[in-house]
Design a protein around this ligand. Structure first.
Ligand code: 9MR
Length: 509
């Protein structure tokens, strides 16, 4: 892609890298070491290296103001998850609707973002009328669809996924109305029609399970080699990268991206997420963080890799739980729009700090119980926080969360710190009703600190806590989410630790 084309949008590569360097120097001079600079966004970190970081989004989510604020600030490109697809833009033959897609391009324009158009020709989310056409009418329906949609978005869309998911797993062409009517030539025909409709857009073919070396990516490689040799207008290949911790990391991803780049094409990671079987645990989360890191490193290592788009940035709107029941936790932010530790991993992979969110393992919670009675009127967790990172942690930025269920009786609580080597005067504690009450987790005890620093490798030592209902009625602790039975300290993934508002340890219920 040319720099001239990039400069249509403010927050892209090249010039901003220089600006960022100047800003960093200015900040250092003005602020001195004590005044931390505002952390750069993911996209700013990537742009300093000539790449973008994008996110998919969808129309209903844009009315969620906190969601939209992060989408608009943290990401430099957006992809409409659904609203430019054929069923959304031409539900009946010749009747085009662009309102929802326009809302996406309007959002992007207002936030200085680029747009990846998605998608013109795909077997899925294709209205029934297309498959019902006599074969001899399919080509003109397809080229008309492309002319209208790509024509409408000309100038507003940076790149198009012209053809989506054309391959079977073995690298042969996937059946569908277009292949049936035109053979594999439909792909070249679609690319030519898109080029005619928007000569400035980068034209991509996009697929999944082509991220690593293998039969399916070999099929893609054969196809695009031929298209390039025949002079068909193709600019890039998109690698969706819908990964799962249980299926392993795609073999040879960097080499795979590089072989496409060596054909003179751009490449991009277009739909990244890394799902897992729920519940998440520290081992799965560590594997996931490793996969995110390797995808970003692969893109950074390949000069012609334009950037990485995540298939929505938050578990709140991820497609995964709907498509794979029992799986999830696939994205960078949790359902409360807090960045997860994997967000810090991505920042670090992009050459930044971890955003203050604490990378995996910066701080961990350990738990032991000194209360074997599960049916009495008090809960007595004992906590120990350990700094497993290599920088000191300011304890005033830390909140620890222990979830339990309140059962019948009073809904108000009294909390106590019985003993801690830190001094109980520095430990704050209160009970909060959960935003989303769950069985065994309708309240949480939040523990904080008025100050203090935990050095790398250091531990707080015992924080002996206790709580009761104000009417002293009994609890049933047996089902409490955060409770354990061990009487000596073990790592406690069901106790969450937030640093500066970002989850740094544990899994929320
Ligand atoms: O994120 C999209 C989801 O909202 C839709 O229900 C789904 C229907 O097919 O499509 C999702 O996006 C897909 C994308 O268009 C192509 N690659 C796979 C994506 C996840 O299914």
């Amino acid at each position: 892609m040319s720099l001239a084309k990039r400069s249509r949008h403010g927050r892209t590569a090249g010039i901003p890298a220089l600006l960022l360097a100047v800003l960093a120097v200015t900040t250092a001079l003005a602020g001195g070491p004590a005044q931390a600079a505002e952390p750069l966004t993911l996209h700013e970190l990537a742009a300093a290296q000539g790449k973008y970081v994008g996110s998919a989004t969808d129309n209903p989510e844009l009315s969620d103001a906190p969601y939209a604020a992060i989408l608009g600030s943290e990401f430099g490109r957006i992809t409409p998850g659904n609203s430019m697809k054929w069923d959304a833009t031409e539900p009946q033959q010749g009747r085009f609707t662009f309102e929802r897609g326009d809302a996406i391009t309007d959002f992007a324009r207002a936030h200085g973002q680029g747009v990846r158009g998605h998608t013109l020709v795909w077997h899925s989310q294709l209205p029934g009328w297309v498959a019902a056409l006599p074969p001899e009418q399919v080509e003109s329906a397809m080229t008309n669809h492309i002319a209208q949609v790509a024509g409408h978005y000309r100038g507003a869309v940076e790149a198009w996924d012209v053809v989506n998911e054309p391959f079977n797993e073995d690298g042969t062409f996937r059946a569908g109305p277009f292949l049936d009517a035109m053979g594999s030539d439909y792909i070249a025909t679609a690319l030519r029609a898109a080029h005619a409709a928007d000569p400035d857009a980068d034209l991509y073919i996009n697929d999944y399970n082509t991220d690593g070396l293998g039969a399916k990516s070999d099929g893609m490689y054969r196809l695009v080699s031929e298209l390039v040799a025949e002079g068909v207008p193709i600019d890039g290949v998109g690698f969706q990268s819908h990964l799962a911790v249980q299926y392993g990391f795609p073999e040879g991803m960097r080499q795979n991206l590089q072989r496409f780049a060596d054909l003179g094409l751009d490449v991009a990671v277009t739909e990244l997420d890394v799902r897992m079987q729920l519940p998440a645990d520290p081992a799965k989360l560590a594997t996931q963080a490793g996969y995110y890191q390797r995808v970003f490193e692969a893109c950074l290592a390949v000069t012609r890799c334009e950037g990485v788009t995540v298939w929505d940035y938050t578990d709140k709107y991820s497609w995964v739980p709907g498509a794979f029941p029992g799986q999830g936790a696939a994205t960078l932010y949790d359902e409360n729009l807090l960045p997860k530790p994997v967000y810090g991993t991505v920042r670090t992979a992009l050459g930044g700090d971890d955003g203050g969110g604490g990378g995996p393992g910066t701080l961990k919670a350990q738990y032991r119980t000194q209360d074997q009675a599960t049916g009495d009127n008090q809960i007595k967790p004992v906590l120990n926080l350990v700094n497993t990172g290599d920088t000191p942690v300011d304890l005033s930025t830390v909140t620890v969360r222990y979830w339990f269920s309140g059962e019948a009786g009073a809904a108000s609580y009294t909390t106590w710190c019985d003993w801690s080597p830190l001094g109980c005067g520095t430990v704050t504690h209160r009970v909060v009703a959960a935003d989303t009450p769950k069985a065994g987790a309708d309240h949480h005890l939040d523990v904080g600190f008025t100050g203090g620093t935990l050095a790398p490798g250091a531990a707080t030592g015992d924080i002996q806590l206790r709580l009761n209902k104000t009417d002293w009625s009994n609890f049933d602790e047996a089902d409490d989410y955060s409770r354990g039975t061990g009487t000596s300290y073990t790592d406690a993934p069901k106790i969450a630790v937030h640093i500066g508002g970002a989850l740094a340890w544990g899994i929320e219920p």
